[in-house]
Design a protein around this ligand. Structure first.
Ligand code: FAD
Length: 391
């Protein structure tokens, strides 16, 4: 294999292009917009910049945020200081940096819309808005609204969230997360360089109703959306069955990032998985195995690396947003436990950092339950009733 066409130049496509071009393959990347302000919070977790240090070691504008507040109905809010800051970029800046890296590695980066990909011998012919191109292999990185129907995840309505919001002039030092009644999703306020990204994501609820909830929240918080630019997009959030039948690769192609549905179904984190899957796709293509095995190799790498955990997360999502614990909603309990229990706060910090796999979450929560309840008891004034050694 000598040539690879990358369809889409967001984080997933751009990073795959950089890796493949660095290894000496002829790489052509097509994106209809190139760098653009894709609707997104732009937040990268510790897991992402720890694995890919270039995300912090560069001169692109960015912010590190360590202060967060979590709020839920009837539980008020709680402040949480993160050990590992969240790194926040504007998406224009992040995409631009990744595309420049791909170009410097030798990828040919072209502004063109991909209209069609069709089999041509053992390779592909790609028809774009500016002509045609041939390639031995295709990487599909066209995002959640992938227009190429025969490749990548088939997103059914139940496998996606609506995500929308406003870029609001202003500044604050902290991230705000607000859980809402009867919503599988949440509101966020992310401070970015020069403005705030205020948004909401939710599953199973029309965008208009999510927008209403967001505007009500903004009114209550005194954040004006008049004159602020509005954004909306789709966020893959696969149900468990969809993870099992997910179409991530086929003969002559692999899908990466949102085009492969690779987003955390609870938090909506997708940037890390976009970059990571671009990396794993490149590694599979460069592996010393036959062409057909490379596709299987990619599926196995994904599963081993993170999709098994995200599939497990998809089973937890409904229990987290709609479940009840000790006669209260789980989101409210999360806020209350974070307020009262240092042990539980540590778990939340690790979740924010991306250091707590979902597959091990239940075991850790159960292991810490006695301690967390003890912390809570002590903090609400039961200290005189509970013997000291009980902790
Ligand atoms: C509102 C919102 C907030 C989010 N906040 C966060 C966050 O804070 N942190 C986080 O980790 N994740 C967040 N996400 C998820 C994150 O934005 C995505 O997971 C990530 O952008 C996926 O990267 P990608 O490269 O796969 O796709 P994209 O970034 O969507 O890139 C796809 C690219 O393909 C191009 N393209 C599409 N079709 C064609 C075509 N036919 N021809 C040529 N080019 C094409 C597009 O122009 C685009 O540049 C958020 C998502 C939303 C919607």
């Amino acid at each position: 294999m000598k040539s690879v066409a990358i369809l889409g130049g967001g984080p997933a496509g751009a990073f795959a292009a950089e890796q493949l071009a660095s290894a000496g393959l002829r790489v052509q990347l097509f994106d209809e917009k190139l760098a653009w302000e894709k609707p997104c919070g732009g937040g990268l977790t510790y897991k992402a910049y720890n694995q890919y240090p270039f995300l912090i070691e560069n001169s692109t504008r960015k912010r590190f945020v360590t202060q967060t507040t979590l709020a839920a109905p009837r539980a008020g809010e709680v402040a949480l200081t993160l050990d590992e800051p969240l790194l926040i970029y504007s998406r224009f800046d992040l995409n631009n940096m990744l595309l420049e890296r791909a170009g410097r590695a030798g990828a040919q980066v072209e502004k063109a819309r991909v209209k069609e990909m069709s089999r041509y011998g053992s390779g592909w012919q790609i028809r774009t808005s500016s002509g045609t191109a041939d390639a031995d292999f295709c990487i599909v990185a066209t995002g959640a609204r992938n227009p190429l129907r025969d490749v990548g995840t088939e997103l059914h309505p139940e496998d996606a969230m609506s995500a929308l919001g406003y870029y609001v002039p202003g500044d604050q030092e902290r991230i705000d997360i607000q859980f809402l009644p009867r919503l599988e999703g949440y509101i966020w306020v992310f401070p970015r360089c020069g403005h705030l990204s205020v948004g909401i994501c939710g599953k199973g609820e029309p965008a208009a109703s999510l927008r209403k909830r967001l505007e009500q929240y903004m009114t209550e918080k005194g954040i004006s959306w008049k004159g602020a630019s509005f954004y909306s997009h789709l966020l893959p959030s696969l149900e468990t069955g969809a993870w099992k039948r997910n179409r991530v690769a086929g003969e002559g192609w692999m899908a990466v990032g949102d085009a492969a549905g690779l987003v955390d179904p609870i938090t909506g984190e997708g940037l890390y998985y976009a970059i990571r899957s671009g990396d794993l796709a490149a590694r599979s293509l460069l592996a010393e195995v036959g062409v057909a095995e490379r596709v299987e190799h990619y599926r196995r790498l994904l599963r081993h690396d993170f999709t098994a955990d995200l599939e497990f997360g998809s089973r937890l999502a409904k229990r987290i947003f709609h479940g009840r614990f000790l006669c209260g909603g789980v989101p409210s309990r999360i806020v209350q436990f974070t307020r009262r229990s240092p042990r539980f706060s540590d778990i939340m910090r690790d979740l924010f950092a991306g250091k707590q796999p979902y597959q091990e979450l239940k075991r850790r929560l159960l292991k810490n339950l006695n301690g967390s309840l003890y912390d809570i008891g002590m903090s609400v004034g039961f200290s005189r009733l509970v013997p000291r050694k009980a902790g």
